[in-house]
Design a protein around this ligand. Sequence first.
Ligand code: UT7
Length: 344
Amino acid sequence: MDKHRTRAAVLTGVAGHVPPGTVTNADLEARLDTTDEWIRSRTGIAERHIVPPGTATRELAVEAGRLALKSAGRDGVDAVVLATATPDRLCPATAPEVAAALGLGPVAAHDVAAVCAGFLYALSAGVGAIAAGFAEHVLVIGAETFSAIVDPEDRNTAVIFGDAAGAVVLRAGDPDEPGAIGPIRLGSDGTHSDLIQIPAGGARQRSSGTVPEAGDHHLQMQGRKVYRHAKERMTQSALDVLERSGWAVEDVDRLATHQANARINEAVADELGIPRDRVLSNIERVGNTAAASLPLLLADSAAEGRLRPRDRVLLAAFGGGLAWGAASLTWPDVTAFAAHTYRG
Ligand code: UT7
């Protein structure tokens, strides 16, 4: 590589993983005041995967990481970045345990907390480490166990979220190579931090000395308000990335957005002027898997042939914080490992 050119981070491996257990809309219908029709028409979700008791984010992350390394044909990296809003413990980070379980040795390993935008934030950390020369190879994982933080009796959240992990491997390379991560745009608006939150368990609640209300240890989401922000922010950051990539809207072969709601994703595509048949989706089978969502979607889509080498891909995500982001890349020739436990 010409040493005067900027180093790029190139995607060389991708994989997804879901736990085997599923909760279908019919299962939810049986115990909540909801219907399959409501869930499908409002969100596009038919089922979601849930971990068995005792399994948590580390196990999901390790499996996705292992498969992504296999996809990249590697057994080592210099750094592990784990995006998660559901770390196994509040302290320490989960990434060092994931690195150890993968047998990666004493590599740099840290968590990134940006909820549903977490994967793009973690990706930017991996890209930055490579661009700065700190690392040659980085494993970027998004993994979540939302079933551990969602109130199973809360129909606002229980019908939406699922457990999963997805991962990519990055290596130092050339900006013109397929797989090179292009421009990334990230943003946040903490004035709306209450829209998606777990009120209890953090330093603020503990420091206040107050006793948490029942339900305060569970995820709370004001869905309708979030919807509007999600649509606007993903559209705007995607437009920004398009411009910085030097792409016209027609150049986009695939739009890969965070899988929170099929309606939001279609609305973003419509706003951008991207035909709906270019929108990637797996929400029907996995629900909203927060930081795992984008790498899981990429792995599934590539394994199913919906995402092909040289496709120009626009990525966007949005979530609690509020935090959001977008990025672009030309898809590389890579063997993707999809979450293998899907039925049908
Ligand atoms: O992943 C990170 C970011 N998160 C998001 O991007 C999520 C964004 N928000 C959404 O996806 C949607 O707002 C939801 C899927 C969460 C909710 O859909 P909605 O179309 O915005 O519904 P709503 O909250 O406006 O509720 C409409 C009605 C309400 O009844 P009324 O007041 O009209 O009588 C709700 O009580 O639907 C009711 N409702 C339900 N009904 C059956 C809410 N949840 C359910 C449910 N089953 N599970």
